[in-house]
Design a binder for this molecule. Structure first.
Ligand code: ADP
Ligand code: MG
Length: 320
């Protein structure tokens, strides 16, 4: 199978006309047509074997995750997907691997009406890089620099489950002790991008970020960009039933420092509480209020009695 056969066979699909795609795979460039007057949101995320996933990882799950992490960036911006490109380095053209990878990729792409419009294919160590394009109305983006003192701090879904799944896969003893996880390793392998919620929050929330490297580090990015601080209620953090079976310090470590959850962390004015609850219900995405933005810089973790907890701020950094 040559390079062009591979592209035709696995990635060029007749998926019907998408309103946003004037020209898809097959030319020097794809042509996208955004809604007139809208801005384009662009993001890239790369998954490297041995770095972001284990060698021999299941290809269908990889197809899902490679796109999910990019869709999550659009969600965190409040943008609607237009399409994506896929740059792929493969050690060999393995038909069964590519079929499973494409199945996982397109199942998610179809769910969010986000067509594959181009890419690049080369031989090399397994590496998956997606660039995604979205759109949103001017002034509606959920930027990291929009948090204001007094804003409520919210998080979607539950935190720390991907970290628990990772520790189990690594064979860590404390993580094995919780018994089987009802959804297996899904939270690590098949993250769910919060696009409906992100889109609904555009123009309502002041700032947002998706939690890819851990609450502590990702909240730190919002605080630095917005030049504010935050006080987080550790006992308010959304805990899963599996994590609840662990000693408290492991629960907190997973929820505060665990990466790969791809939940949304957002800041919104207190007057928007009722509206946010309503929007989240309409999107069938649970949300939890976990703290408040403070005028003074710094991140403070407190328990239910208001005692400050000395938590180390450590999130994942590839070059640390
Ligand atoms: P060029 O040489 O102009 O960069 P290529 O020969 O690399 O074009 O690719 C031919 C066409 O196939 C282009 O439209 C490109 O976007 C598309 N393409 C290549 N690799 C992929 C891929 N992995 N997924 C989707 N489209 C791809
Ligand atoms: Mg090329």
């Amino acid at each position: 199978m040559g390079e062009f056969d591979l592209i035709r066979r696995h990635f060029q699909r007749d998926s019907g006309p998408a309103a946003s795609v004037v020209l898809g795979i097959g030319d020097d460039c794809a042509l996208l047509q955004p809604t007139p007057g809208h801005q384009i949101a662009v993001s890239s995320d790369m998954l490297v074997e041995g770095r972001h996933f284990f060698a021999g990882a299941e290809p269908e799950a990889l197809g899902h995750k490679a796109l999910a992490v990019n869709l999550s960036d659009l969600a965190a911006m409040g943008a609607r997907p237009l399409g994506f490109t896929l740059a792929l380095a493969l050690p060999q053209a393995d038909d069964a691997w590519l079929t499973a990878f494409a199945r996982g990729l397109f199942a998610l792409a179809d769910r969010f009406a986000c067509p594959l419009v181009g890419g690049d294919t080369t031989r090399g160590p397994l590496n998956l890089c997606i660039t995604i394009f979205g759109e949103l109305a001017p002034g509606k983006a959920l930027r990291r620099d929009g948090a204001r003192a007094g804003d409520d701090l919210w998080v979607s879904g539950r935190l720390g489950e991907a970290r628990l799944a990772l520790e189990r896969r690594l064979g860590t003893a404390w993580a094995q002790s919780v018994g089987p996880l009802p959804c297996g390793d899904q939270r690590l392998d098949l993250p769910e991008p919060r696009l409906a919620l992100g889109g609904a929050l555009a123009g309502v929330a002041h700032a947002a970020i998706d939690i890819s490297d851990g609450l502590s580090g990702d909240l730190g990015h919002v605080l630095a960009a917005s030049r504010v601080g935050a006080r987080v209620q550790v006992d308010a953090l959304p805990l899963s039933p599996e994590l609840a079976r662990l000693p408290r310090h492991h629960q907190i470590d997973c929820m505060v420092n665990g990466g790969d959850d791809y939940e949304l962390l957002f800041c919104a004015p207190a007057q928007a509480r009722a509206e946010i609850t309503r929007l989240a219900q309409a999107c069938r995405t649970p949300v939890t209020r976990i703290g408040q933005i403070q005028p003074e810089p710094g991140l403070t973790w407190v328990d239910s009695e208001g005692h400050v907890l000395p938590l180390p701020a450590s999130s994942f950094d590839h070059f640390a």
